[in-house]
Design a protein around this ligand. Structure first.
Ligand SMILES: Cc1cc2nc3c(=O)[nH]c(=O)nc-3n(C[C@H](O)[C@H](O)[C@H](O)COP(=O)(O)OP(=O)(O)OC[C@H]3O[C@@H](n4cnc5c(N)ncnc54)[C@H](O)[C@@H]3O)c2cc1C
Length: 826
């Protein structure tokens, strides 16, 4: 017994030091002192002596820096240098671009929640709110999405004019250049609201405010370029596009074959230094109508007109549409969401040096410029459009499921439908928090490389899930296309969002963890950077300091993961109120598990992890769910901890933890070295997998929020265009919802009378009149039932067409390539 007690005391002392991340010195003193005291008290002399020898054998060399550096760190530095894969210039650029925000805490294994909770609550300014209530409302009221998507395959001229005149294209352009200079939150709110009226309009507005020339010019443009273009872009006098993608370079954008050769050419009788460009681009948004084209290409200088380097690398230019040789104007047709999108090509197109963004000094810096600005655009455009679509789905599907009756009941009452409604509500809640957090990060001045990828991936994937659920709950109503169908275009648009700005499979498999692990990890990037220190003594000292901090970090994470796992994350101090404290503790637990797994995976697999995409994707999922759950807790705090939101928060939180567990389990189960996997399982899931998905009861409470007016629903559908104008079915459905609910008890009374044979008429109006005569219903009740029935009929109706209306307006034969699809020559 005394032996056991002594061993246990030494273990607890060591574990407590690791759990609280004390210094090596504190650990040594605490462990040796505990062993001594307990050994003497219990009389376990031999155990005590053996333990002391081991403890001192570990502690003493580690506490002698010079010895430690020479005997331990120096050989490890050699091994590390050999094992660290050489990064390509592209990877180096991607890793160094952007900043790290709260996601860094999640990688620490011990998040400091004060950092998150102290961040200011994101709010719109009075001017931004006025823009939402004014021009954005007005634009939404002008939109007829059927006209846009089916009849015109374009925005009508008055909508184009309004968008330009109201400066929708100038949201990110500073006021000094005539733009609106909105915060990222306002930019996101505008896109969210527009996307609830039309995916085509929101996509059109998103592009010039995202990876458009404006963003590039703001950061890298010369004064002359800024003064020339920005005021014109702000008011839509110039329409921009940005052309990177081509037939041979999609996801792997750095491999673009498009090239430019530095040369001299006579322009208006003057010899001019410039670039002769050959390129073939496709999928370029706004290209068919663009007046200024941002172009990415590889620049070569074979005659050394710019300097010694021949292959200068990726370079960006801005070409006016009138540039001779530019082939532009044809359109692609992206999935019935007909925003302007098309190919651009050119052969030996001459562009003067002044067209290079930032001028000749920025030649070859194109990739860094793109990666840096891409993270900001990616944090806003697609997450906002997806979030708006999800909010609109929540408003529409909740109302529809309460109105549509089958088997004598509102379909929302059936458990199968309730399940879909719960997913819509819970995932929408999570996504609103995610896009808000990411926009807030941009407003704090961050360039969120990792979290913008998380936001892009998860907002669009969850939008796909919600769009599918929305279609299912609406049944045939959502399948029959026409002006009355408000669901199908959203569903059709989902794969576009999934594909653009980094297609989702690659974003998940390669980018989130790939960048996250190195960028957010407290030591890995610094260790890699230490390798490039020229002075060996300095390099060794830096590496030694980082290495031993890193080892302590790893041991601490293992202990924290195990202890929090064994206790079900129910111990220790954490942030939050009585309701959310357990949530923060769970995040503490999985943060430690993620940090532990990240170290083990990177340590054991090294550079090979890059090719183990399925493992990397799962660890990326863990980071994502922790980030999303943190964003939800912040949102809950920022909203004043509203009790009404708790079912949404609880559903989404449990879903995130359930998915976190599945991702960790999958990563560990598939780890190639089984003994390591076994050890990790013991540390991460000491009591097995205990997380459960959100319960059916919780799902019912979420569905109830969607199907009745209330403060939680109002917050969930914030920024949905709900004004009940003639063009806005969702707004009118929403306006009818209180009457639908008020009519339910009256309908039950009426139904009982019908069942009891009290009413003889065969038609509904006759039955109502009879019910009033018989005293079953009052006049007001009968009027309510009539109003609701008429209103609901409009919403359950679908369109039908004259067969001629559905015929193609232009056939393949009209277009002159009826036999073979058109071939493009690369
Ligand atoms: C409607 C629309 C608008 C667009 N607008 C623009 C624009 O304005 N400007 C512009 O330059 N580009 C634009 N794009 C291009 C867009 O960014 C690309 O479509 C995207 O980068 C993917 O390229 P790809 O379609 O060629 O797919 P591919 O690169 O052929 O990829 C196919 C699949 O393979 C996956 N994949 C590829 N590599 C990996 C990997 N290493 N690991 C795992 N999976 C991988 C991808 O995720 C994808 O699922 C647009 C595209 C569309 C469809």
């Amino acid at each position: 017994m005394s032996v056991f007690l002594t061993l246990l005391a030494a273990l607890v002392a060591s574990g407590a030091c690791a759990y609280h991340r004390t210094s090596l010195r504190t650990w040594a003193i605490a462990t040796v002192a505990t062993t001594l005291v307990v050994g003497v008290v219990t009389g376990a002399w031999i155990t005590m002596i053996v333990l002391l020898v081991i403890e001192l054998a570990v502690a003493v060399p580690l506490l002698m820096p010079a010895f430690r550096r020479r005997q331990i760190s120096a050989p490890l530095l050699k091994m590390f240098a050999r094992a660290t894969p050489a990064l390509s210039a592209t990877e180096q650029t991607a890793l160094e671009a952007g900043t790290v925000g709260f996601e860094g805490e999640l990688f620490s294994g011990m998040p400091d929640w004060r950092v998150l909770l102290k961040q200011p609550r994101p709010e719109l300014s009075t001017e931004e709110q006025a823009f939402l209530d004014g021009p954005v409302e007005a634009l939404c009221a002008m939109i007829d999405d059927w006209q846009i998507t089916h009849e015109l395959a374009d925005l009508p001229p008055e909508v184009w004019d309004f968008i330009k005149k109201s400066k929708f294209f100038g949201m990110i352009i500073p006021k000094q250049y005539g733009g609106l200079q909105f915060s990222a939150l306002a930019h996101s709110a505008v896109l969210q609201k527009l996307s609830t009226a039309s995916a085509t309009v929101s996509s059109t507005v998103a592009v010039p405010n995202s990876l458009g020339p404006a963003e590039l010019l703001l950061h890298y443009g010369s004064e002359e370029q800024k003064n020339h273009y920005l005021p014109r872009l702000a008011v839509g006098e110039e329409i921009p596009c940005f052309a990177l993608t081509g037939p041979y370079a999609g996801s792997d954008a750095t491999s673009i074959p498009d090239f430019g050769i530095v040369c001299k050419q006579m322009v208006d009788g003057v010899e001019t230094l410039g670039v002769k460009l050959t390129f073939d681009k496709r999928y370029i948004t706004l290209a068919p109508i663009a007046t200024v084209i941002g172009l990415a290409f590889r620049l070569y200088d074979p005659e050394h007109l710019l300097g010694d380097t021949e292959d200068l690398g990726i370079t960006l230019a801005l070409l006016p549409r009138a540039t001779p040789g530019l082939e532009i104007g044809r359109r692609h047709f992206p999935l019935n969401i007909p925003f302007q999108n098309g190919p651009i090509s050119g052969k030996d197109v001459f562009a003067p040096m002044s067209t290079l963004i930032g001028g000749p000094k920025m030649a070859g810096h194109g990739w860094r410029m793109l990666v840096e600005v891409l993270s900001v655009g990616r944090a806003i455009s697609l997450p906002s459009n997806a979030t708006g679509a999800m909010r609109a789905s929540a408003a529409a599907t909740g109302a529809y499921a309460r109105m549509r009756k089958q088997f004598g009941l509102a379909i929302a009452r059936f458990e199968g439908v309730e399940e879909a409604l719960a997913r819509i509500g819970g995932l929408t809640y999570a996504t609103t928090a995610l896009s808000r957090a990411t926009a807030a990060a941009v407003d704090r001045g961050e360039k969120p490389a990792v979290t913008s990828a998380i936001a892009k991936y998860h907002a669009t994937e969850w939008a796909r899930q919600v769009a599918g659920d929305t279609m299912d709950v609406h049944g045939g109503k959502a399948v029959q296309l026409g002006p009355k169908n408000y669901a199908a275009r959203g569903w059709e648009s989902v794969p576009i969002a999934i594909t653009v700005e980094g297609a989702n499979i690659m974003t998940r498999s390669l980018m989130i963890f790939g960048q996250g692990a190195i960028r957010c990890h407290p030591y890995v990037l610094k260790e890699m950077q230490a390798l490039s220190i020229a002075d060996y003594g300095e390099k060794l000292r830096t590496f030694d300091r980082l290495l031993f901090s890193h080892i302590g970090f790893g041991i601490s994470n293992a202990v924290r993961s195990f202890v929090l796992g064994v206790t079900g994350a129910s111990i220790g101090q954490s942030a939050g109120d009585a309701y959310t404290r357990r949530y923060y503790r769970k995040l503490d637990r999985y943060s430690a598990a993620l940090a532990l797994c990240a170290d083990v995976f990177m340590g054991v697999l090294g550079g090979k992890l890059k090719f183990k995409e399925k493992l990397s994707a799962r660890l990326g999922d863990v980071l994502s769910y922790l980030y999303i759950a943190s964003a939800m807790l912040k949102r809950y705090e920022d909203s004043g901890r509203p009790e009404a939101d708790r079912p949404l928060l609880a559903w989404a939180f449990h879903e995130c933890m359930w998915r976190t567990q599945a991702a960790l389990d999958g990563a560990i189960r598939n780890f190639p070295l089984k003994p390591v996997g076994f050890l990790l399982r013991l540390l991460v899931f000491p009591l097995g997998r205990r997380e459960v998905p959100p319960s059916d009861r919780l799902g019912r409470r979420v569905a109830a929020i969607l199907t009745a007016p209330g403060e939680a629903r109002d917050r969930l559908v914030e920024w949905v265009y709900l004004t009940p104008t003639p063009n806005n079915t969702i707004g009118r459905m929403n306006a009818l919802l209180p009457d639908v609910i008020a009519a339910e008890p009256v309908e039950r009374k009426f139904g009982k009378a019908l069942k009891a044979g009290q009413l003889q008429a065969h038609d509904y109006e006759g039955q109502l009149a009879e019910a009033v005569r018989e005293g079953v219903l009052t006049e007001a009740e009968a009027a309510l039932l009539k109003r609701v029935r008429d209103g609901v009929f409009e919403f359950i109706s679908v369109d039908d067409f004259d067969p001629a209306e559905l015929g193609a307006k232009v056939t393949r034969a009209d277009r002159g390539h009826e036999t073979e699809p058109q071939q493009r020559i690369a």
